[in-house]
Design a protein around this ligand. Structure first.
Ligand code: WT7
Length: 635
C-alpha cells in the first residue's frame, strides 16, 4: 500500500483510518519518505487547541527550497519547472528548467542579502504573475526571510496596511503590470503606499511594462543590474521546522486584515502530499492552476506543492477574456495541460460565452479538473464536466482556506466517486466535524451544521502575526477545543461533505474573500455618509455580489444619488481595491437594529435576496418601521 500516492478507494479508507488512529506515525512516515531533512525532528506533534497552539516536526531542520529545487537537480535538472505564459499571446512563452530556476533563485537571494535582508526579516512582494514573483518568493525562503505577498490588484491603502502590520523592510515590485489590454501602474501604487510606511528601507523594481516611473534615490533599485552582478550560487539557510515561512493576509469579519502566519516543515509536507493526490500528478504531466500566487491557492498549488513534487507548473500572467474568451483553452492546447485548476466564478463567466471558444481547441490532454474558492453550483459543475471534461475527466471540488494552508476536503480523482457540489471526503489526517447552535458536535448522518476541525494538521496557520489572542478568539473560541472555519456544511448519508458557504460576515465575491467591516469602514469615510451595512446577494457569475445600505448625513440628502454611488465605489477602490466595489447601493433613512444596537444583517440579506415574504420576527427590533421603507425602495 502506498500512503503517499493513493490509487484506490480501498487504499484511501485504509490510509485515512490509520491517519486518525495514529496520526503521529502516519505523518512521520510521510515526512520520512518524501523530503530532504538536514536534521530529523524530535517530536512529530505537540498541540493544545485551548491555547490555539500546534507544532509539527519540532526540532527538525530543513530548507523548503532545497526540497523544491536542489534535490531535483541530479534527476530533473533539464525538466521544465515553470512555464511562463505572458498576458499577450504574441509574446514568447518562457520555459524555465529546474537548473535555471536554481540559478535565478540563488542570484535573487544574493541580491536580497546584499540589500541587508536577513533571516526572519519580512519582505513584501507586490508583483504581477511573472517569473520574478515565483523566484522572489523562493529567494526569500532560501535565506529564511519571511515573504508577505500582496495580490497586485489591491490598492495603495490595502498594501500599506499589510506592509506596516508586519513591518516589512523591503518591497519587491515592478514598473507596471499587464492585464488584458490594460497596463497598471504598480510602482505608482507602491509609491503611494510608502508615503506612510517607515519600516521599508529598500524597493526592488522589476522591469516589465517599460512604463515611465519615478525612482526614489537611495530607496529604489532596478533589479536587473543587481542580478547581473550577483553570484550564481547561494547556500541555503538551514531553518527550524517551526520557523515562519510566510505571512499572507486574509479578510476578517471585523477590522484589520489578519496576517496568517505559516511555518516551514508542516506546510511543506502537507502541501506536497495533497498536491500529489488531489491532482494525481505523474512525472511528465503539465499542471496549471489559474489562481494568482497572491492567494493561498497560488502559494500552495502553483508554487510549493508542485515544485516539491518536481512538477511542471504553468504561470499565467493574463486574464480569461484576453484577447478573447478562448484564452484558457488556447493555453491548455498549447502546453498540453494535464491538470487544470480554476475557480467557480471563472467557470460561470466562461460558460456564458459562445461554445465556439471552447470547441476551437483540443482539450484531450486534460486528465483532472479542479475548482476552489467558493461553492460550485450544479449548473457550473455540469458545464465544466460536459464541455471541458467531455464527461470523462474527474472534477475535484477542493475546500480549503488561507488559514488551512492546504486542501482539506476534496475528492481524489479516479479514487473518490464525485457528486456535483460536494467536496466529498476529508484528506488523510483531517478530522472535520459539524457543530450545532448549542455548541454540540452532531454525530450521525445526514447532518447540517458549522464546519470545524477537531485535530491539528501540519499546514494549519500557527497564529495571526502579532496578535495571537485574535487568532485564538477568531478560530478556537466559538467551539471548545475545535478549529472553527466560519463555513457551514452538510454531511450526507455516505459521509460526503458539501460546503454551503460562510456563516459569518465574510462574503465571497468571485472567489475573493471579503469582510464586510473593512468595506463599511471605507464607505463611512465618505463625508456625506453616516452609516452603512453590506450584505451579499446571489450573482450568476460572481457567485455573490455586494449590496450596500447607506444612511446619508443631512448634508448628503440633496446630493445626486448616482454621483454619490460613483464616489462611494471610488472610495472602496482606493481603500481596498476594485474587487470590493458594490453592485447595488440603496440609500435609506435607517438600518434595522437590535435593542443592543447590532445591525440585523439577516433582514438586510433577505431583502437583498428578494426574499421578503418571510423576514422572521422583527418585533424585537429597535426600529421595526424602517424595514418597510427598505423593502419598498429595494433595488
Ligand atoms: C473560504 C476561504 C483562492 C483562495 C482559496 C480560498 C470558501 C474555498 C471552497 C469550496 C466551497 C469554498 C470557504 C472558505 N471556499 N473553497 N471548494 N467550496 N467553499 O481561500 O480566500 O481563505 O477563502 O473560501 O468559504 O472558508 P480563502
Amino acid at each position: 500500500m502506498s500512503q503517499y500516492h493513493i490509487k484506490s478507494l480501498e487504499e484511501y479508507f485504509q490510509v485515512y483510518r490509520k491517519s486518525i488512529r495514529d496520526p503521529e506515525t502516519f505523518w512521520e512516515e510521510i515526512a520520512e519518505e518524501n523530503f530532504i531533512w538536514r536534521k530529523r525532528w524530535d517530536k512529530v506533534l505537540d498541540w493544545n487547541f485551548s491555547n490555539a497552539e500546534a507544532t509539527w516536526f519540532q526540532g527538525a531542520q530543513l530548507n523548503i527550497t532545497e526540497n523544491c529545487i536542489d534535490r531535483h537537480l541530479p534527476t530533473r535538472g533539464n525538466k521544465t519547472a515553470l512555464i511562463f505564459e505572458p498576458n499577450n499571446p504574441e509574446e514568447k512563452t518562457q520555459h524555465i528548467t529546474y537548473k535555471q530556476l536554481h540559478q535565478r533563485v540563488c542570484q535573487f537571494a544574493n541580491v536580497l542579502k546584499e540589500k541587508g535582508i536577513k533571516r526572519g526579516d519580512r519582505v513584501c512582494i507586490y508583483l504581477p504573475m511573472i517569473p520574478e514573483l515565483a523566484i522572489s518568493i523562493l529567494a526569500c525562503a532560501r535565506i529564511g526571510a519571511i515573504h508577505n505577498v500582496v495580490f497586485a490588484g489591491f490598492s495603495a491603502t490595502a498594501l500599506q496596511t499589510r506592509i506596516n502590520d508586519c513591518e516589512c523592510k523591503m518591497v519587491i515590485t515592478s514598473d507596471g503590470s499587464f492585464r488584458g489590454n490594460k497596463t497598471i501602474d504598480l510602482k505608482g501604487i507602491v509609491d503611494e503606499a510608502l508615503k506612510n510606511a517607515p519600516c521599508v528601507e529598500t524597493v526592488l523594481v522589476v522591469q516589465r511594462t517599460h512604463s515611465k516611473i519615478e525612482m526614489n534615490e537611495g530607496r529604489d533599485f532596478w533589479l536587473q543590474p543587481l542580478l547581473d552582478s550577483a553570484y550564481k550560487d547561494c547556500a541555503i539557510e538551514v531553518m527550524d521546522a517551526e520557523d515562519p515561512l510566510f505571512i499572507l493576509y486574509t479578510s476578517g469579519s471585523t477590522g484589520m486584515p489578519k496576517g496568517m502566519m505559516h511555518t516551514t516543515a508542516g506546510y511543506m509536507v502537507y502541501c506536497a502530499y495533497t498536491f500529489k493526490n488531489v491532482f494525481q500528478y505523474r512525472e511528465e504531466d503539465v499542471y496549471w492552476c489559474t489562481a494568482d500566487i497572491g492567494w493561498i491557492t497560488g502559494h500552495s498549488y502553483i508554487l510549493y506543492g508542485p515544485l516539491v513534487n518536481g512538477a511542471t507548473t504553468v504561470l499565467f500572467e493574463g486574464v480569461p477574456n484576453y484577447p478573447d474568451w478562448g484564452r484558457f483553452w488556447q493555453i491548455v492546447e498549447k502546453h498540453k495541460v494535464n491538470q487544470f485548476y480554476t475557480a467557480p466564478t471563472a467557470i460561470r463567466a466562461l460558460a456564458k460565452e459562445n461554445l465556439s471558444f471552447v470547441e476551437k481547441y483540443n482539450l484531450s490532454s486534460l486528465k483532472v479538473l479542479g475548482t476552489v474558492g467558493e461553492p460550485i453550483n450544479e449548473e457550473a459543475w455540469h458545464w465544466y464536466d460536459d464541455i471541458i471534461g467531455k464527461g470523462n475527466t474527474p472534477i475535484g471540488d477542493t475546500w480549503r482556506q488561507t488559514e488551512t494552508g492546504g486542501i482539506m476536503i476534496s475528492p481524489i480523482p479516479f479514487v473518490t466517486p464525485t457528486i456535483p457540489t460536494f467536496a466529498t471526503l476529508p484528506f488523510p489526517g483531517i478530522q472535520p466535524c459539524l457543530m450545532d447552535e448549542k455548541g454540540e458536535e452532531i454525530n450521525g448522518n445526514p447532518a447540517n451544521g458549522r464546519l470545524c476541525v477537531k485535530f491539528p494538521w501540519p499546514s494549519m496557520a500557527r497564529t495571526i502575526w502579532g496578535n495571537h489572542q485574535r487568532y485564538k478568539d477568531t478560530y478556537f473560541s466559538t467551539f471548545e477545543n475545535k478549529y472553527f472555519t466560519g463555513d457551514g456544511a452538510l454531511r450526507d448519508n455516505t459521509g460526503y461533505y458539501r460546503i454551503t458557504g460562510r456563516v459569518d460576515d465574510v462574503i465571497i465575491v468571485s472567489g475573493h474573500n471579503l469582510g464586510t467591516a473593512p468595506i463599511e469602514d471605507a464607505i463611512n469615510e465618505h463625508p456625506a455618509v453616516a452609516e452603512s451595512a453590506i450584505v451579499g446577494f446571489p450573482h450568476d457569475v460572481k457567485g455573490n455580489a455586494l449590496y450596500g445600505y447607506v444612511i446619508l448625513k443631512e448634508t448628503g440628502e440633496s446630493r445626486n444619488h448616482d454621483n454619490l454611488r460613483k464616489e462611494i465605489n471610488q472610495l472602496i477602490t482606493e481603500k481596498i481595491g476594485p474587487i470590493a466595489k458594490l453592485d447595488k447601493i440603496q440609500f435609506t433613512s435607517g438600518l434595522p437594529k437590535t435593542r443592543s444596537g447590532k445591525i440585523m444583517r439577516r433582514i438586510l440579506r433577505k431583502i437583498a435576496h428578494k426574499e421578503t415574504s418571510n423576514l422572521g420576527d422583527t418585533s424585537t427590533l429597535l426600529n421595526p418601521e424602517v424595514v418597510q421603507e427598505i423593502i419598498e425602495n429595494a433595488l
